[in-house]
Design a binder for this molecule. Structure first.
Ligand code: C2E
Ligand code: MG
Ligand code: MG
Ligand code: MG
Length: 287
């Protein structure tokens, strides 16, 4: 914005902005160090099949263990990583780490296990320019495409060019599934849903939060589920925090759920412990 104001921009440069700019510079420097310094790690949040209680998926969520500032959540550095293009090596690291983890889980636990990986629209754009191809890399390394669900957002599809369509088609051919994250928060246009091969719609947390107290949110969830099902997609509800929300979503026929009610995102070892406890509690009894 300051650029548009031309030569006057420094008049608007307050001490607070100065501080903000310095913090960004410091953090972007730190981000570079973090990539080589192994300061990133992934947590995984289980995705529960609401109809059977089975768990065959987990969403990978990045964390940055900063040596001075402590744990920094993704919302506070993904934007900066995009602006500095560091999102490319970071995204590559996320991808490799999650694939390797999933390969281990498939061997030790469940041959059908899947990891969901988040990908921002900026990542798509930059990666294409750099000819960095996820799918090819995965298939070359002998991994099965069906172990990955890529989470994208509505914005990507709204501005979709032929490169995006091409990339999504590649995913489909490789067996990689696609989920539409934060559904309902972006745009009201729905026509793109029939243009692309989307496997899952993820109902945004903001619609789940008031379930049981807001009739409007209940109507919205019901409508999203019905629409998704009639277009051949499955539905994942985000941010389930209590029994009341879970019960309603189950009744509405929602396919999958994630949220603190089941589990927070966990390190791989903790996820295994959680899975064992979950299976003992739910799967054995239901037989
Ligand atoms: P998202 O993909 O929509 O992920 C869901 C967020 O909701 C996660 O926050 C998760 O920890 C949180 N969450 C899960 N269950 C609950 C719940 O019951 N209640 C509440 N209040 N929150 C819940 P997190 O891990 O901070 O991630 C935030 C966002 O950062 C993600 O939103 C995603 O857009 C982005 N992100 C995370 N990891 C990556 C990554 O590896 N690459 C990219 N490009 N983006 C990422
Ligand atoms: Mg996500
Ligand atoms: Mg989401
Ligand atoms: Mg969300």
């Amino acid at each position: 914005a300051s650029k548009q104001k031309g030569g006057n921009c420094f008049t608007y440069f307050t001490p607070r902005m100065q501080e903000h700019a310095e913090l960004r510079m410091q953090l972007s420097h730190d981000l570079r160090v973090a990539i080589n310094g192994q300061q990133f790690y992934l947590e995984y949040q289980p995705v529960v099949n609401l109809q059977t209680n089975a768990v065959h998926k987990a969403e990978a969520l990045i964390r940055w263990q900063h040596p001075v500032r402590g744990m920094i959540p993704p919302m506070e550095f993904i934007g900066l990583a995009e602006d500095t293009l560091l999102i490319v090596p970071i995204g590559e690291w996320v991808f490799k780490t999650a694939i390797e983890q999933c390969r281990q889980w498939r061997e030790s636990l469940d041959a059908k296990f899947q990891v969901a990986i988040n990908k921002s629209p900026v990542q798509f754009a930059i990666e294409h320019k750099r000819h960095y191809d996820w799918v090819k890399q995965m298939l070359d390394s002998g991994s099965d495409g069906s172990m990955v669900v890529v989470e994208i957002t509505e914005r990507l599809l709204l501005d979709a060019n032929s490169q995006v369509s091409e990339r999504l088609a590649q995913y489909g051919q490789a067996g990689v599934q696609v989920a539409l994250d934060d559904f309902g928060t972006g745009y009201s246009a729905l026509s793109y849903l029939k243009k692309f091969d989307i496997d899952y719609v993820k109902i945004d947390r903001s619609f789940v939060r008031e379930l049981g107290t807001s009739n409007q949110d209940e109507a919205l969830c019901r409508a999203i589920i019905m629409m998704a099902h009639s277009l051949g997609m499955q539905v994942v509800a985000e941010g389930i925090e209590n029994q009341r929300q879970l019960k309603l979503l189950r009744e509405m026929g929602c396919d999958f759920g994630q949220g603190y009610y089941f589990s927070r995102p966990l390190r791989p070892d903790a996820l295994m412990t959680w899975m064992q406890a979950w299976q003992q509690e739910h799967m054995v009894l239901s037989r």
